[in-house]
Write a protein that binds this ligand. Structure first.
Ligand code: GLY
Length: 402
């Protein structure tokens, strides 16, 4: 009897190990899939250029009805140009393939001009840190470091001491009726924090902390859902109102905005070890998790009209998965394990035939929503969804390798 129980125990243990090994392995298959799609995209870009790739021409989106990338030239106004080079860096990290590294270097080099161009808006952080930031992380090329330091100084020129935050969209001050700070801007603080620790001015960290603190105080409702845009009096810095720009309503929870917040405050905790950020981000994450649909991929806005037939936003799921994997390493016990479990569910859903583009398109993912109120990039493949998807898969791989 004792032996039977023992044998059953061993068998159960083996089954459990096999199950979790199988579960843990899906990120490797998904990364291999991403690598295949990267090579398809490179071939497509070569075809567009009749055999020669234009390294300043970056994949941006594939509309629902189309099968090929819509590309845009890297300019200071095109906020998404850093994601494709960043994807190539992650793919190089996964495969170790020197050809992919060379392509990553060439696309990254197209963004060098940003380090000596006056900052157009806060997106400079996305542009330079996803490209040069990942490039430096993997190569330690001192020239890359200089580009990041110069770009961080440039981004800092948008900081307004009277308000205490970065002016996200200088072009939209009249439209919003004041200094505007958008939730997406939280991501760009990472470049400032990095620069302050890697040879840049220490005041860059002060700027990032001031921005994060003021945003924490004013850009969230009592239930920890966020406003996309906070509008402040330009002269006094007084908070005037919270509104939306890309969400459904001023009072709604725009999915990607909340995802940026989860990612941004997790990053700020990593960089500062200030437990105010750690406490706060758990509340911001929990309200997002509580309201998710069954497959863990949100509707583009949690209060969107037409739910359950409203478009999803796979990009918000990818950003949140990446953030929660990191958050899970900071939160002890069951709660931290729960964040990892939620992130894995998000990535499993995104890796299913429902969300992967597979043979239909060269992108990684379908079903992202860029700017619903503007009618643009709805239910589409969007390059930043792919960027955060591959980043999250790499984070999961690292976590599972221990
Ligand atoms: N403005 C950046 C975004 O669409 O999330």
């Amino acid at each position: 009897m004792k032996i039977r129980k023992w044998l059953l125990g061993i068998l159960g243990g083996c089954l459990l190990t096999a199950c979790s090994a199988e579960k843990q392995g899906f990120e490797i298959e998904a990364l291999k899939y991403c690598d295949g799609q990267v090579r398809r995209t490179l071939a497509e870009l070569e075809e567009i250029g009749s055999g020669v790739i234009d390294y300043s021409y970056m994949p941006r989106n594939i509309k629902d009805s189309l099968t090929y990338w819509h590309c845009r030239t890297a300019t200071k106004e095109e906020w998404c140009s850093g994601f494709w080079p960043g994807i190539l860096w992650y793919d190089y990290e996964f495969t170790g393939d020197e050809h992919i590294k060379e392509e990553a270097e060439r696309f990254t080099a197209s963004l060098e001009f940003l380090s000596h161009t006056p900052a157009f808006d806060h997106d400079l952080g996305f542009l330079v840190f996803c490209s040069y930031g990942n490039g430096y992380r993997l190569t330690h090329d001192p020239a890359y470091k200089q580009v990041i330091l110069d770009a961080a100084d440039s981004l800092a020129t948008l900081f307004r001491p009277a308000v205490g935050t970065i002016l996200s969209w200088p072009r939209n001050v009249a439209m919003f009726g004041g200094h505007n700070t958008i939730m997406d801007n939280m991501i760009n603080l990472e470049m400032l924090m990095w620069a302050s620790k890697n040879g840049g001015r220490s005041s860059l960290a002060d700027i990032a902390i001031s921005h994060a603190d003021k945003t924490m105080k004013y850009q969230f409702r009592d239930d920890y859902t966020s406003y996309h845009v906070a509008v402040y009096d330009t002269l006094t810095g007084e908070f005037l109102r919270g509104v939306t720009h890309q969400g459904y309503a001023d009072s709604s929870m725009w999915a990607r905005g909340q995802a940026w917040a989860i990612y941004g405050y997790t990053m700020m905790y990593r960089e500062t070890k200030d437990t105010r950020y750690l406490d706060f981000v758990q509340k911001v994450a929990d309200v997002y998790l509580e309201r998710l649909p069954e497959d863990y991929v949100p509707y583009w806005d949690f209060d969107a009209p037409g739910i359950p037939n409203a478009p999803r936003d796979a990009s918000a799921a990818a950003i949140t998965a990446s953030a929660l994997l990191e958050l899970s390493t900071f939160v002890p016990g069951e709660k931290g394990a729960g964040y990892k479990e939620a992130a894995v569910k998000m990535l499993e859903s995104l890796s299913s035939e429902q969300y992967q583009s597979r043979e239909s398109k060269p992108s990684f993912l379908l079903h992202s929503t860029g700017h619903w109120p503007d009618g643009s990039e709805i239910d589409a493949s969007i390059i930043y969804a792919d960027y955060y998807y591959i980043e999250a898969l790499m984070r999961l791989k690292r976590l599972n390798e221990g």
